[in-house]
Ligand binder design. Structure first.
Ligand code: 13P
Ligand code: SF4
Length: 324
């Protein structure tokens, strides 16, 4: 099947983008790979059709940033954290912030729907990714504003600690006093990593390095030796190819680094931390989509309503401008 897939990609001059959490069968044949920020940047100037293997917000972001090309996804798999940020809940939070006369800038993690990004764009806020969240928060704080951070309370809290700021989840005691006011969302995969997993590995191998994604809880991040986005984790592993490490992020990615770079890698959890949404995409699904494109009957083309795309683009461009 793999050769047929490669032939069809070539025949239709399609670029294949894949996030690190994709299955090896997809990731190993992708033209573009990276963390969320890198993938967004890499797809901006493409001229040919794109197939994006990841979760829906990634395909949507690519389409919003580059509306002139068709963007397809083998599966429209939605990230569970992005789903938590429902429009009604976000609007309710914004009303609460306004009622309390809080002078804030909304900063929205890229793991969110286009609709939520558009709300943030309309309010002159910015998108951030796990690798750019610190810079984007600093941009807002430097304007003497508070930050309404959504949807990941862990990323918001971990960045607050990194920057020496106070954070609270909206509605908690004295939440109005915080510099970063977080929406109450989280990642169902990264919540699997527990402080006791860190303690277990540190006791067993006193010299082990604990490496985690900032979507992990603050209790886990506090005990880590390195916290970073997927690309930052990859660079850390490449720089330490012989050290024992326990890594707290998605299984496909960690297992691939163990296979290709450092055999002394352990998974930092007692259960397999697979992202069900990322794992919906398979080589077979990709092949089916390519066959449909070949028969001029494509499906799962990403379409974003014009007004939503306009405001979401404003928020995405703000991020690209700040990180450039
Ligand atoms: P990165 O931007 O670090 O690749 O993270 C994406 C993601 O969904 C992590 O769960
Ligand atoms: Fe979403 Fe978590 Fe999966 Fe990342 S790992 S795509 S945040 S559910």
């Amino acid at each position: 099947m793999i050769n047929e897939v490669k032939d069809l990609l070539k025949k239709h001059n399609i670029t294949l983008a894949a996030h690190y959490y994709q299955k090896d069968e997809i990731f190993d044949i992708a033209d573009l790979t990276g963390d969320s920020l890198e993938l967004a940047k890499k797809t901006v100037n493409l001229k040919n059709p794109l197939i994006f293997c990841g979760v829906s917000f990634m395909g949507e972001s690519a389409k919003i940033l580059n509306p002139s090309i068709p963007v397809y996804m083998p599966k429209l798999a939605s990230c569970s954290m992005a789903r938590m940020a429902e429009e009604e809940k976000v609007k309710r939070d914004i009303e609460t912030l306004k009622k309390e006369n809080i002078d804030f800038i909304p900063i929205c993690y890229v793991n969110s729907s286009a609709k939520i990004k558009a709300i943030v764009g309309e309010l002159n806020g910015s998108i951030c990714t796990s690798s750019s969240a610190d810079k984007i928060i600093k941009w807002a704080i430097d304007q003497n504003k508070k930050v309404y951070f959504l949807p990941d309370k862990n990323l918001g809290t971990n960045m607050a600690k990194k920057l020496g700021l106070k954070s609270k989840v909206i509605g908690e005691d004295n939440w109005q006093e915080a510099d970063i006011i977080c929406f109450d969302g989280h990642c169902s995969v990264h919540q699997l990593f527990m402080p006791e997993h860190v303690e277990f590995y540190k006791e067993k191998y006193p010299d082990i390095k604990i490496v985690v994604h900032p979507e992990c809880s603050p209790e886990v991040c506090e005990k880590a030796d390195f916290i970073g986005s997927t690309s930052q984790i990859l660079n850390y592993v490449k720089a330490h190819p012989n050290e024992k490490m326990a890594i707290g992020t998605e299984f496909n990615f960690v297992n691939r680094m163990k296979r290709d770079i450092n055999p002394n890698i352990y998974i930092l959890s007692s259960t397999k931390p697979e992202c069900p949404s990322m794992n919906e995409t398979t080589l077979k699904e990709l092949y089916e989509l390519l066959k449909a494109i070949d028969k001029e009957k494509p499906y799962n083309e990403i379409i974003v309503e014009e007004n939503i795309a306009k405001n979401a683009l404003k928020a995405l461009n703000k991020m690209l401008e700040i990180v450039k």
